[in-house]
Design a protein around this ligand. Structure first.
Ligand code: IPM
Ligand code: MG
Length: 360
């Protein structure tokens, strides 16, 4: 198969980790007879440096024309980088939000899985880590607070900031359907997370999720308040299968879920629209403190490439091969610095990529 991939390496550790994912994809191509064509595009701070904006319309068009987008990370140090002296709509993050919206990527899948080999890196008590966990955070990605109208102004001489949180029933229904569809392929449980004891948008969320649930009699579902969910994630993560939630709650809960896998460097993600098109990126940020040092963990990006093969290109066995190769390097005790522990071998970002590529 001939696959056209738009590659946005971005800022910070993005270029390093994406290069390793491309290395692994090329190994898959060589073994299974596929060609991956890459078109490199700019987004984030690197685009600001060249074009003065974090995302140009031309890049949006080129991304749309590709079969899928492979993304690293965008942004820099928010207190020291000159990018953060710009107005908010010109900062790196605005590019990421814009591309998600422009490509209609409303469903964000973030699988949080505790590898046996990383139980020692899990910060939870041994008896909790021992039970393991395997959940899929389904985050709504193009609505809610991150896309509502916002402004800061003086009201009666007092500086006042407003952000608005809006969801309509169609936005809720389409992500709920995706969540239940994914649950059908997993352990058939959905935990829908909201703040229905306070927010109207959450009460509508609950109502629509209940309607959708009726079409999935085999799926067990429950509602959980977001504050309780944050607590349950560290108390008993094994209870979760699909965690279905709105944009901001999903942003926060997915970072929490990533930490209990041992490192945010392990958490892959896929952002999907209604077609086979998707954007695939590690859930972690640009980590400017370790950028350019060949130290970053490329596994989340490599696993995101595996998700791309699975969801966009229907290449299940190729995706399985990448996931098995990742498992294999962990079994063989290779670790980047974020997950290294006594008795394991410390490797660099590029060495980790080589090791995984050699095992696909
Ligand atoms: C993420 C990030 C982004 C988000 C930021 C960089 C805008 O935190 O992908 O989780 O909040 O969606
Ligand atoms: Mg986030």
């Amino acid at each position: 198969m001939n696959c056209n991939i738009a590659v946005i390496k971005g800022d910070g550790i993005g270029p390093e980790v994406v290069s390793e994912a491309m290395k692994v994809l090329d190994a898959v191509g060589a073994k299974y007879g596929h060609t991956f064509n890459y078109e490199q595009l700019l987004m984030g701070g690197c685009s600001i440096d060249v074009h003065g904006v974090p995302l140009t319309d031309e890049v949006v068009e080129r991304a749309k024309a590709a079969d899928a987008v492979l993304l690293g990370s965008i942004g820099g140090n928010t207190s020291t980088s000159p990018w953060y002296k710009l107005p908010p709509e010109k900062r790196p993050e605005a590019g990421l939000l814009k591309i998600r919206k422009e490509l209609g990527l409303f469903a964000n899948l973030r699988p949080a899985f505790l590898y046996n080999e990383l139980k020692g890196a899990c910060p939870l008590k041994e008896e909790i880590a021992d039970k393991g966990f395997d959940m899929m955070i389904m985050r709504e990605l193009t609505g809610g607070l991150y896309f509502g109208a916002r402004e800061t102004k003086e009201v009666d001489g007092v500086m006042t900031a407003v952000d608005t949180l809006t969801y309509n029933e169609n936005e809720i229904r389409r992500i709920a359907i995706k969540g239940f569809d994914i649950a059908m392929k997993r352990r058939k449980k959905v935990t829908s997370v909201d703040k229905a004891n306070v927010l109207d948008s959450s009460r509508l969320w609950r109502k629509i999720v209940e309607e959708v649930a009726k079409d999935y009699p085999e799926v067990t579902y429950e509602h959980m308040l977001v504050d309780n969910c944050a607590m349950q994630l560290v108390k008993d993560p094994a209870q979760f299968d699909v965690v279905l939630t709105e944009n901001m709650f999903g942003d926060i809960l997915s970072d929490e879920a990533s930490m209990i896998t041992g490192s945010i460097g392990m958490l892959a993600s896929a952002s999907l629209n209604e077609t086979k098109f998707g954007m695939y990126e590690p859930s972690g940020g640009s980590a400017p403190d370790i950028a350019g040092q060949n130290k970053a963990n490329p596994i989340a990006t490599i696993l995101s490439a595996a998700m791309m093969l699975r969801y966009t290109f229907d290449m299940d066995k190729e995706a399985d091969a990448i996931e098995a190769a990742v498992q294999q390097v962990l079994v063989e005790n290779y670790r980047t610095c974020d997950i290294v522990s006594e008795g394991t071998t410390l490797v660099s970002c590029s060495e980790m990529g080589d090791l995984i590529a050699a095992r696909v």
